[in-house]
Ligand binder design. Structure first.
Ligand SMILES: Cc1cc2nc3c(=O)[nH]c(=O)nc-3n(C[C@H](O)[C@H](O)[C@H](O)COP(=O)(O)OP(=O)(O)OC[C@H]3O[C@@H](n4cnc5c(N)ncnc54)[C@H](O)[C@@H]3O)c2cc1C
Length: 406
């Protein structure tokens, strides 16, 4: 059988794309290929579970626009599908006078981005909202929430009615005039169009398809601690520090999850493997690819101070604890229990700058999602609309016929 469209990757982006394709092309033969044994196995199932507001992003960027749109679509979808979620709100705290001007800058950016209901709080209002948190000022962001992204991914896939084949790693792509033959570890498949949503492997999939992407995926691990059950009461909602001004992370934060547990994290350290989740995980191929890329070294040089700090903290529970204790002073070191890890796909350009916005590349019969960093999970439903529209436009251009007749 020849499939109309094949999606590579069953993370939240691939699942949302398959779901959107089914909405706009009900009759299409859809295939999803996933190398792992279950969906959301990598970034989508190992993230913080936060529905972001969109406060931080550059006004007018795809991230800013699709985060805001995706957030509301996600709340609606989660409610209609009974997926565990909560619009619980969050605090972004300034903990020293030096941070006050940065807090004000984030607040103004939030206003520019049209984030509903944001408010500046003083120390007393902070305590009224979050009794154990301390700060000299804060932004309250009421539209931020939490969700179970693993369940979301599963639901999107099942509603897509696509054929989903697990443990099928795409190992080569052969293009021809009418589409592709996709060779996987589990047999070969024919498709007329291909959409790759491969997360941490996005650059490799693009190269398999003959592209030379101007960026390289470099893995950055994020470790979490869990609060022991007796300490959970110290965190009612979500408590964030101010994001680092130049390092591409939001900072170690405290997050209540949909199951009632509370997590602290994630940090952000260069990882020696793209998909190994231990502190000492190593892959020769991944390490060589990262360290032979000039952009990685330039990134290290530009951020050596933050990188070193992050590394020290990754191996010191005490330093990790101190970061969260700045937000909630009553937290004790023994309240933290080592938890899980996730790995971010950081897309670096040759000049060492990280690719800040979502980024796709198209060819005649394929579209590659080359960069879908946070808040891609929040934005997934809106992002999928853009990806599918772009893919169908590309395909229409290629075949010069209306796609309605797939
Ligand atoms: C620690 C951490 C915390 C985060 N927190 C948040 C948050 O709170 N809120 C938020 O909105 N975003 C958050 N993010 C970002 C968000 O999780 C990601 O942007 C999003 O999950 C990306 O989804 P994806 O589908 O592109 O990638 P992935 O979830 O990584 O999925 C890609 C899939 O492609 C498959 N694949 C790859 N190569 C192949 C191949 N050759 N053949 C077949 N299959 C293949 C992989 O196995 C994988 O399942 C966080 C990310 C991390 C790592």
């Amino acid at each position: 059988m020849v499939y109309d469209i094949t999606v590579i990757g069953a993370g939240v982006v691939g699942a949302a794309v398959a779901h959107r394709l089914r909405q706009v092309r009900p009759e299409a033969r859809l295939l999803v290929l996933e190398k792992e044994k279950s969906p959301a196995f990598h970034q989508s199932g190992r993230n913080s579970g936060v529905i972001h507001s969109g406060i931080y992003y550059k006004p007018g960027s795809l991230k800013a626009r699709l985060c805001a749109q995706g957030r509301e679509k996600l709340y609606e979808f989660a409610a209609s599908q009974k997926i565990p979620h909560e619009r619980c709100g969050k605090l972004i705290l300034a903990t020293s006078p030096a941070e006050q001007s940065r807090l004000q800058a984030v607040y103004e950016r939030g206003l520019q981005n049209g984030i509903p209901g944001i408010r500046l709080l003083g120390p007393e209002e902070i305590q009224a909202y979050e009794p154990e948190a301390r700060g000299i000022g804060a932004i309250h962001v009421p539209v931020t929430g939490i969700i179970d992204y693993r369940m979301l991914t599963q639901r999107l896939l099942s509603l897509s009615e696509a054929e989903v084949i697990y443990e099928a790693e795409v190992i080569s792509l052969k293009s021809h005039a009418r589409g592709y033959v996709i060779h996987t570890s589990r047999g070969s498949y024919e498709t007329k169009f291909l959409i790759a949503c491969a997360g941490l492997q996005a650059d490799r999939l693009a190269r398999l398809d003959g592209l030379s992407p101007p960026l390289r995926i470099v893995p950055f691990r994020g470790d979490y601690y869990e609060l022991r059950p007796e300490a959970r009461w110290k965190v009612r909602h979500l408590i964030y520090p101010l994001p680092h001004p130049t390092y591409p992370v939001l900072g170690v934060h405290l997050t209540r999850m949909t199951d009632g547990s509370v997590e602290a994290g994630p940090n952000a350290v260069f990882a020696w493997a793209r998909e190994v989740y231990t502190r000492t995980g190593f892959s020769l191929r991944d390490t060589l690819e990262a360290l032979t890329f000039s952009g990685t070294w330039r990134f290290f040089i530009q951020h050596w101070r933050e990188g070193l700090e992050e590394y020290r903290r990754a191996f010191s529970k005490r330093l990790f604890w101190r970061s969260v204790q700045r937000l909630v002073p009553s937290l004790q070191e023994e309240d933290l229990i080592p938890g899980r890890s996730g790995i971010r796909a950081l897309a670096l350009a040759r000049d060492g700058k990280f690719w800040d916005d979502f980024y796709f590349v198209t060819q005649a019969r394929s579209l590659h999602v080359l960069n879908a960093p946070s808040p891609a999970a929040t934005a997934s439903l809106a992002l999928a609309e853009v990806i599918v529209q772009k893919a169908l436009d590309t395909w229409a251009l290629c075949t010069s016929v209306r796609i309605g007749g797939l």
